[in-house]
Design a protein around this ligand. Structure first.
Ligand code: ACM
Length: 526
């Protein structure tokens, strides 16, 4: 990755340096003219490592076919089919997918020797004869296809302007988290979010599956967790849970979009739903009442009981079996009802269980004050005014080789209100307007933590105050696009003044997808 970053750094042609003089695409269509429109290669979001407009464009229209290379395999074919489906949705064109590279059209070319493109990078070249996407992996072809979607008109047909994009991500991990525990949401809503995120090159969906208010995933060896512990939520609604079949369906749906699902079972605190479902998980042997409030920090598994570790092993074993990706998130935050020594002992054993099931631990940053196991990934969710000791522990863990996922609450938490007028959301980390959520650099955010320790960024959406899709989207959009750019684009591209213009240019796309986004006053929406 380091080598690639340097290679692309020399190609860096960004923002104002990218110019596209002719009017193309939707700018050229009658009635489609936007005020002070950015040229198509200038408005890509996330900003690519390099983009240059040049030469004649390609007429994207009724005759366009998508060509996957003969012999490039079923997976490339699937990438082509999905890209066709996405482009058909906005254009209404037939867009057949055919084998073979010869002829005009959109060509998907796997070049396993293109080392410089890395695991997710791609090259996109548009000439009069078509658009050629080249990548070393099918994931790279998919990411490049999402760039192409931004170069074709929002609706209908028109020119894809001539030019070249050479692109690869700055960080390997670009995540979003959803809390389906405080309020339950069906898998269909999460799939919709996956589609919305993947078009901006987010590659990880972290699902917070369990908390005090609900347990949302069926566990065969402990069936009351979902059946009883899932039947409630904040405010007293009915709650719900996902069957394993539904969960597998979500994982597969996300995988087709090259989005990895990271499941979280939060322990040893945030466990009231489990403690309500099974008396034996409580040190006093008495089942707790189900909880519908929003307080945190009152629950704890019984750390001294061997039955607790059978529970941890069986639950994490079933979750690992459902998880093709390498990460299992075990929470570890706000265990205020667990004494510090017990916390460290419990997390030692929970981490060993994850390793035994062949997975890598991710935990919230409180693990840094315990004993993170070798390779454990630390997710930082502190904020500028947070405790110095917590930050120091995270920095020490980074220096000791633990990868970091950065989710600073006063930047990346999508449940913080934008301003005083925002109806849903919380304010404990302050208001987070769009500019604030975008204006930080993950590479140097935590003083003393080297950029090489930063695995990436993640935007969590907690749902204490969010019970319906409209509010979910209002809080996530447009801020999650900024997080996507912070995770993908080179440091030299991060600039609020240019970003706000590019973000405004996404407005018609968000409208066309019927996303309920916040018309933030700091963004010049057209
Ligand atoms: C958290 O917000 N408790 C990770």
């Amino acid at each position: 990755m380091r080598v690639l970053r340097r290679t692309l750094g020399t190609l860096l042609v960004l923002g104002a340096a990218v110019s596209c003089t002719a009017a193309h695409g939707d700018d050229a269509k009658p009635g489609g003219r936007r005020p002070a429109a950015l040229a198509p290669y200038d408005r890509l979001l996330p900003a690519p490592a390099s983009a240059r407009a040049e030469g004649a464009g390609y007429a994207f229209g009724a005759g366009t076919v998508i060509r996957t290379g003969a012999g490039s395999g079923e997976e490339v074919r699937q990438v082509g089919e999905l890209l066709a489906e996405q482009l058909r949705g906005s254009s209404g064109l037939p867009l057949p997918v055919v084998d073979g590279q010869e002829g005009d059209g959109i060509r998907l070319l796997l070049d396993e020797g293109a080392q410089e493109l890395g695991a997710e990078g791609y090259r996109l070249r548009t000439t009069a004869s078509g658009v050629t996407l080249t990548a070393r992996t099918p994931a790279g072809l998919f990411r490049g296809g999402q760039t192409l979607r931004q170069l074709v008109p929002v609706r209908g047909t028109g020119d894809v302007p001539g030019g070249t994009v050479t692109d690869a991500p700055r960080f390997a991990y670009r995540g979003a988290m959803v809390d389906v525990a405080r309020h339950f949401f069906p898998v269909e809503q999460v799939k919709r979010y996956v589609d919305q995120l993947a078009q901006y090159k987010i590659n990880t969906l972290h699902v917070h599956l369990t908390d005090d208010q609900g347990w949302r995933i069926a566990i065969d060896s402990w069936p009351r967790l979902a059946e009883y512990g899932g039947a409630g939520e904040v405010g007293g609604g009915p709650g719900g849970h996902w069957t394993k079949e539904e969960y597998r369906d979500l994982v597969e749906y996300a995988a087709r979009r090259y989005v990895d699902v990271v499941p979280e079972i939060d322990m040893p605190g945030h466990t009231n739903a489990a403690q309500a479902s099974y008396a034996e998980l409580n040190c006093d042997g008495k089942a707790r009442e189900r909880y519908t409030g929003v307080k945190v920090g009152f629950s704890s598994l019984c750390v001294g009981s061997e039955r607790t570790y059978e529970f941890v092993d069986q639950v994490l074993g079933e979750i690992a079996e459902l998880t093709p990706g390498k990460y299992l998130h075990i929470g570890g935050d706000e265990a205020h009802a667990t004494p510090a020594d017990d916390y460290a002992d419990f997390m030692d054993r929970a981490q060993a269980v994850v390793a035994r099931h062949g997975k890598t631990v991710v935990a919230w940053h409180q693990l840094a004050q315990g004993r993170p196991a070798p390779g454990a990934v630390i997710q930082y969710w502190g904020h500028d005014r947070g405790p110095a000791a917590e930050k120091a522990a995270v920095v020490a863990a980074a220096k000791a080789g633990h990868p970091l996922i950065l989710s600073p609450a006063d930047r990346a938490y999508l449940d913080m209100k934008y301003d005083t007028t925002t109806k849903p959301g919380l304010t404990w980390a302050g208001y987070v307007p769009v500019e604030r959520s975008y204006s930080w650099d993950p590479g140097n955010h935590l003083a003393g933590a080297p950029e090489s320790a930063v695995l990436g960024v993640e935007a969590p959406l907690w749902t204490e105050t969010i019970s319906e899709r409209g509010d979910w989207e209002l809080m996530a959009f447009p801020r999650v696009l900024g997080l996507a750019e912070l995770g993908w684009s080179p440091a030299g591209a991060l600039d609020w003044t240019s970003y706000r213009e590019r973000l405004a240019a996404q407005g018609p796309r968000l409208d066309a997808q019927e996303i309920n986004y916040h018309r933030a006053p700091d963004v010049p929406w057209s």
